[in-house]
Design a protein around this ligand. Sequence first.
Ligand code: NAP
Length: 172
Amino acid sequence: MTPLHLSILVAMAKNRVIGRNNRLPWHLPADLKHFKFLTMGQTIVMGRKTYESIGKPLPGRANVIITRQADYEVPGAMVVHSLEDALLICEETSNSHSENFIIGGEKLYRQALKICQRMYITEIQRDFDGDVFFPEFDRSEWEETQRDKHIAENEGGLEYHFVVLQRKSSTV
Ligand SMILES: NC(=O)c1ccc[n+]([C@@H]2O[C@H](COP(=O)([O-])OP(=O)(O)OC[C@H]3O[C@@H](n4cnc5c(N)ncnc54)[C@H](OP(=O)(O)O)[C@@H]3O)[C@@H](O)[C@H]2O)c1
């Protein structure tokens, strides 16, 4: 069987904030473009609140939404009731070129952090006010394989870095 390529994709502020009032606290078009580039043609897995914050299934990607609500339905997306079921869908749809992305929010990241092999983190170099956070993790278990530094034209010249971390023990 093809090994499952499972990656976290997140944008987080310096103080680990990832959201406020079920929205992103910043407006960074280049990060949205980066998100689209990485996920196009792949499977994206998200919590129900993140789905509702986006508001519609994202085109060109297999959308998997996790909820405990038995009657939750979204045309154009697959709804499951556990992370395990989401991973089964990823396995069924994967080939050797596939990458499966956990795209949030905090509750999903907490569960996926233990099992993913890679993290794409947009590190925003400023604190933001928020009510959801990316969990703390042991950086020594991860190798930084990429860091691209950028300055936004909006948001007062906000500096952000596209960072890729690979789990040191990972073979995929
Ligand atoms: N900065 C970023 O990169 C980024 C990315 C994504 C989201 N966000 C932000 O994160 C916030 C949302 O995060 P959140 O932690 O509040 O919510 P979330 O993780 O998006 O969704 C939580 C919901 O997912 C369902 N769920 C989670 N784990 C489950 C499991 N194991 N089994 C069954 N259902 C499960 C539950 O839905 P039910 O309540 O329906 O049962 C739960 O209430 C928003 O502010 C959003 O803007 C930021």
